[in-house]
Design a protein around this ligand. Structure first.
Ligand code: IVH
Length: 680
């Protein structure tokens, strides 16, 4: 019996509507229905298809999930070979200039000829894929393989919501869309956290995780890996008017509903390529996914054809890389570094390796548990990561390369600097030196903290000088800084009289400060900038802070029992009280008193915020300052006490935790609104 027309029509309408919602959500990033509404449509379609199996078609949105486990991946002969591109060996800016000069030479352009038009794109760090559509329907996905023959991974790619099962608009008869399958950093982190929680193995980097997922035999497994896709070119195509420029091809793909990165740019001449390379280089760490460089392509398809190929690579394109952010090296030794609060941080001493643009010789292992979790031993081959200004860290061990004489590292029982006992409290991850300011390492760090930009802001007092001052016994406590004369400083190694007098002037200048900065500079355990500001506002002078008991301190907004106890402990030490008195006697004074008007009417007043991800306009520090100025508190971690999480691009685990705890989540605009909102 034929299906009633009304049922066929209903199924069609449901599919179209679901596709539209998928497009809005995954491609445009702007959902227009609630999850519940979406689920209802999806369930209705599933039920219809279940009752009338004749309705089923492979491009129905219900067909993404499911499908049987394959015995093997089948070979696919590419209609057009999947070529790769040349990589410019010069990773400096000169690479862009060389490419432009090469293209001009090949095209026979003299100096008078106008600049060549290029399109500059990101070089996504994933794996290449060919998506074949016939009459607008997704029919096959294949990996690059050896460029002539790839593997059929249709079953896995079908599970990817970013890949449309049907093209929008006037789709060509046949079109092969080429691009990169990759994983966003936040998706990768979340997935690894899930893996860890389930006691499964974690992945070393997003690219490996994506490549592994796409070659799975079981589509159910692939569906659990959060994969994304960006198109960057074409394979075979017929039955449409091919555009004249590569940039127009990408625009057309975008109109077909395929994801194309917005970070592509049409530029002119070497100058344009250079500007793009610099711009992306500067933003690289803030992109929500990894790239290993940029790609320059001659924009005109006619000129591309004229330039042709050199062996297997097009002459019209080149990859211009950035310094790698991850490299392999060996762990020569492991020891501990002593921090300001006495924390002993296990640190890997490495065979020097060039990574993230600098030579790295040390990488942090964070703490004992992290070191055990990653299972880092002395002698291991490890992957080291350095991105932006972040301290280099060991990401993972290459287990297969562990030599027979490798050995694990045991945390020391005593501080390697001062010999005091090192203890790890039962509920803490950190092992600490108990030497306090008797320990020269802690003294040096305390001095650095005191002089820091956000504390007393003593310009010129860096690591090196702090070390010299402590080891030369010129300074034992921060108060000693204010007794330093030009003569004693000038005696230090490599210190000219001029720099000595600059330092003395900077120390003198630091005397005029604010109470909040001063409290923060003291380096009391658990008292960060926010707490220091709250104490300053509520208690108004240092004497009151020093004398307050635990109960009184807990009256201060957002000071809980732990922080209150830390403050009481600090001032219970005669030595600390003495340092404070000496500082005041030396002339440290406070420009701004606690009575400064706080905007108590702001919606942020008395609320605790956690900032995560990259905001479109505000910097992290800027946003934090705005919150504090309105009497809010900024905390580093999400807990039940958090009122708002402000999430930007590439927000990671903090956002997930906020969702789990049901905490209000704001974007930048939401934050700005709240800051201005008046509480009634
Ligand atoms: S174009 C014939 N554009 O980098 C030119 N490739 O060898 C074909 N890749 O594995 C490549 N981002 O998967 C092109 N914007 C981009 C790319 C890109 C990443 C990958 C590609 C291939 C390798 C180039």
């Amino acid at each position: 019996m034929a299906l009633p027309q009304s049922i066929i029509a209903r199924a069609e309408a449901l599919r179209a509507e679901i596709e539209q919602h998928n497009y809005d959500y995954y491609i445009l990033d702007g959902p227009t229905v609630t999850d519940a509404e979406y689920d209802r449509l999806f369930f209705e379609l599933q039920s219809l298809e279940h009752e009338h199996p004749e309705l089923l078609s492979p491009d129905s949105p219900t067909q993404r999930i499911g499908g049987g486990v394959l015995a093997e991946l089948k070979p696919v002969v590419h209609a057009l070979p999947m070529l790769s591109i040349r990589t410019e060996t010069d990773i400096s800016d000169a690479g862009a200039i060389k490419f432009d000069a090469y293209i001009r030479r090949e095209l026979g352009l003299d100096d008078q000829a106008p600049p060549v038009e290029y399109i500059a794109e990101l070089k996504f760090d994933g794996l290449a894929i060919n998506l074949r559509y016939e009459d607008g329907r997704f029919v096959q996905a294949a990996t690059r393989g050896n460029s002539e023959v790839g593997e059929d991974v249709t079953h896995n790619v079908r599970t990817m919501q970013h890949v449309p099962l049907k093209l929008r608009g006037n789709a060509p008869k046949v079109i092969e869309i080429r691009g990169e399958i990759y994983m966003r950093r936040s998706d990768f982190d979340r997935m690894n956290e899930r893996q860890m929680a389930a006691g499964e193995k974690t992945f070393v980097n997003p690219r490996n995780a994506a490549a592994g997922a796409i070659r799975q035999l079981d589509p159910g497994m692939a569906a659990q890996r959060p994969l994304s896709f960006f198109a960057y070119g074409l394979g075979e195509s017929s039955g449409w008017r091919t555009p004249d420029r590569h940039g127009e091809v990408l625009d057309a793909l975008e109109e077909f509903g395929v994801p194309v990165s917005k970070d592509r740019r049409v530029v002119h001449g070497a100058h344009g390529l250079l500007a793009y390379h610099r711009d992306i280089g500067e933003r690289r760490d803030r992109l929500p996914f990894g790239i290993d460089g940029v790609v320059y392509k001659v924009n005109s398809l006619r000129l591309q054809q004229q330039l042709g190929f050199r062996t297997r690579e097009p002459r019209w394109a080149i990859a211009h890389k950035y310094p790698a952010q991850e490299e392999m090296t060996t762990v020569l030794n492991i020891d501990v570094q002593v921090g300001r609060t006495g924390a002993l941080t296990p640190t890997a001493r490495l065979q020097p390796v060039f990574v993230g643009g600098v030579t790295v010789t040390n990488a942090t292992l964070h703490n004992e548990d992290e070191m055990r979790r990653k299972d880092v031993w002395i002698g291991d081959t490890v992957i080291v990561r350095r991105a932006g200004d972040v301290i280099p860290e060991v990401v993972a061990v290459v287990a297969e390369r562990r030599p027979a004489d490798a050995r694990p590292y045991a945390m020391p029982a005593t501080c390697p600097v001062c010999g005091s006992a090192a203890v790890r409290l039962p509920d803490e991850a950190v092992t600490r030196c108990t030497g306090g300011l008797f320990c020269p390492a802690q003294r040096r760090q305390a001095l650095l903290h005191f002089a820091g930009r956000r504390a007393m802001d003593i310009e010129g007092l860096g690591e090196k000088l702090a070390e010299q001052l402590v080891s030369g016994h010129l300074v034992r406590t921060p108060a000693d800084l204010y007794k330093l004369g030009i003569a004693s400083l000038a005696e230090l190694d490599r210190m000219a009289e001029k720099s000595a007098s600059n330092i003395v002037a900077a120390i003198e200048k630091s005397k005029r400060t604010t109470l909040a900065r001063f409290i923060y500079a003291l380096g009391i355990r658990n008292v960060g900038e926010s707490t220091a500001q709250a104490l300053s506002r509520s208690l108004g002078n240092i004497g009151r802070v020093a004398k307050a008991d635990v109960d009184a301190l807990q009256q201060v907004p957002d000071v809980g029992p732990v922080v209150a106890q830390s403050i009481v402990d600090f001032f219970a030490e005669a030595h600390n009280r003495q340092v404070v008195d000496q500082l005041l006697a030396a002339g440290v004074s406070f420009a701004e008193t606690s009575t400064r008007e706080v905007d108590t009417a702001s919606g942020a007043y008395g609320k605790t915020f956690v900032l995560t991800g990259v905001l479109p306009r505000l910097t992290r520090d800027g946003a934090a300052q705005m919150i504090r100025d309105r009497g809010g508190k900024v905390s580093g971690s999400v807990s039940k006490k958090t009122h708002f999480v402000v999430a930007g691009e590439d927000a990671g685990t903090k956002l997930v935790k906020a969702q789990e705890l049901g905490i209000d989540i704001l974007d930048e605009a939401g934050l700005l609104n709240l800051l201005e909102a008046k509480t009634i």
